[in-house]
Ligand binder design. Structure first.
Ligand code: AMP
Ligand code: SF4
Length: 467
């Protein structure tokens, strides 16, 4: 099951659960369906989980109940599988070695296969989540230490994962060998350790960024200190390019670079490649804002606020139910007539998925009096679904997989449409990279070159070549 999530781990702080709560607040964009915190006080493990936003899930009383100086927090959304409290994480289970808690961000491509095998052997599952497969494998492992059991379990698993485990006095953080999803280590002034999905969560709790975990790295934090291991065979690095394009918060730092700065550079490169005569550059807020600023700077065309977002409405796609999306745009965005009336407008968004939102936006801008509307997308055409933890629709629903740029342009009724090239995107993300060398990012949703094979890939690939 796809699980796009945010993780927080706090080790050695008397207010661990409250810090985890704040960290989850900063990571709310990574999952709005459920939230949970587990705490450990040296004797007892406690859990609070619920459906909804972080602010809705936890009460003052619940946070007080989460005693202890170790805590693990998780925000989640998913599309496949159930959207119920059963699926909310972190997951806590008891097994022969005591309890273990786990929070997972990613997608295990062979989870169904392993699950079917375990069920055949008598295992009972309570949720559809990949994490349950992982804990079963850990519980069944014949290795002695908890860390070795984890490594043993993960050696059977293929896919994308950033994981946080809590077991007695030990907090263990792991990034898969390809490094699809981010995970960073921070430190508080009083020397407590912090592990979070993105650096914006460190900023909120005033922790210092120590470093990002390396792909394939396992950090074990306990009362003796912190130790790093590299227990897996090394693989080519494949950090998800969509984290840069859309998912991560612009105030986070990924791979040593500000996400906002990268998005601005994507916009600059887009301007170099697809400039058109116009009076105004506007963004689809908030996803296109950084790129639109870069586009305006590079093209010399004025930037203005042509669309205003109602900040109390969540991101469209994050809602698991389709019906909500159809009303979405008007609830979320409004056009500023004064800015747009009589103008030739370039509108920038970070990506085009189904094109349903963009179509409504283009209509809205025309209705506000714009004389021309040119849509520019700060990433290449998205033609292939993600199997590594980002919620993208099926291939058929991805408009660029079934339609040409001209057809999409006609569908969204814009005067012109242009995307950023793959080479331009790579250059904006890593200007120092040698274009002849293999890149260290995953580009599969644009290229169809999947770094890890998954069940059904052959069928999909043959469909790809039939086109
Ligand atoms: P649409 O016009 O329907 O193609 O939607 C495009 C919008 O969805 C863009 O503004 C993106 O910021 C946003 N978006 C892109 N990829 C995703 C995703 N995987 N999940 C949620 N939203 C996304
Ligand atoms: Fe990210 Fe796309 Fe690769 Fe999925 S397929 S991990 S969204 S780059």
């Amino acid at each position: 099951m796809k699980e796009y999530c945010g993780l927080v781990g706090i080790y050695g702080h008397p207010e661990a659960a409250r810090l985890a709560y704040l960290g989850l607040y900063a990571l709310q964009h990574r999952g709005q369906e459920s939230a949970g915190i587990i705490s450990w006080d040296g004797h007892e493990v406690r859990a609070e989980r619920g459906m909804g936003l972080v602010a809705e899930v936890f009460t003052e009383g619940q946070l007080d109940r989460l005693a202890g100086d170790v805590a693990l927090g998780h925000v989640r959304y998913s599309t496949a599988g159930d959207s119920s409290l059963n699926e909310a994480q972190p997951l806590v289970v008891r097994y022969s070695g005591g309890f273990m808690a786990v929070g997972h961000n990613g997608n295990i491509v062979n989870a169904l296969e392993i699950r079917a095998h375990l069920v055949e052997e008598g295992s009972i599952f309570q949720s559809t989540s990949d994490s349950e497969v992982i804990v079963h494998l850990i519980a069944r492992s014949r290795q002695k230490s908890f860390a070795d059991r984890i490594v043993d379990a993960l050696s059977k698993i293929r896919g994308a994962y950033s994981l946080l485990f809590l077991k007695d006095d030990e907090l263990i953080a792991i990034r898969d060998p390809y490094g699809f999803r981010p995970l960073v280590l921070g430190k508080l002034a009083d020397s407590s350790w912090v592990i979070v999905s993105e650096t914006c969560a460190l900023d909120l709790i005033e922790a210092r960024l120590v470093r990002e975990l390396d792909p394939g790295e396992m950090l074990i934090i306990n009362r003796q200190g912190i130790v790093s291991h590299k227990p897996f065979a090394s693989q080519p690095q494949r950090f998800c390019v969509f984290e840069y394009i859309y998912f991560a918060r612009p105030d986070s730092v990924l791979g040593g670079r500000s996400v906002h700065a990268i998005r601005k550079e994507l916009g600059r490169q887009l301007a170099r490649e697809t400039k058109v005569e116009a009076d105004l550059v506007i963004a689809v807020p908030d996803s296109g804002t950084s790129a639109a600023l870069g586009f305006a700077e590079e093209s010399g065309i004025a930037y203005d606020l042509g669309l205003i977002r109602n900040r109390y409405v969540g991101r469209t796609f994050i809602e698991p139910r389709q019906s909500i999306r159809h009303f979405g745009v008007k609830v979320k965005l409004n056009a500023v007539k004064d800015v747009l009336c009589g103008k030739r407008v370039i509108i920038i968004d970070d990506s085009l998925v189904r094109a349903t939102t963009s179509r409504k936006i283009v209509k809205m801008i025309r209705a506000a009096g714009a004389t021309q509307v040119h849509l520019r997308i700060a990433s290449p055409p998205m033609r292939y679904p993600c199997y590594y933890g980002i919620d993208t629709p099926t291939r058929r629903e991805l408009i660029a997989s079934t339609h040409s740029v001209e057809e999409i342009c006609r569908y969204i009724t814009s005067d012109s449409l242009a995307y950023l090239s793959i080479a331009g995107m790579k250059k904006a993300i890593d200007p120092a990279a040698d274009p002849k060398e293999e890149e260290n990012i995953c580009l599969a949703c644009f290229t169809g070159d999947y770094p890890i094979s998954f069940p059904g890939e052959e069928i999909m690939q043959s469909a790809r070549y039939r086109e």
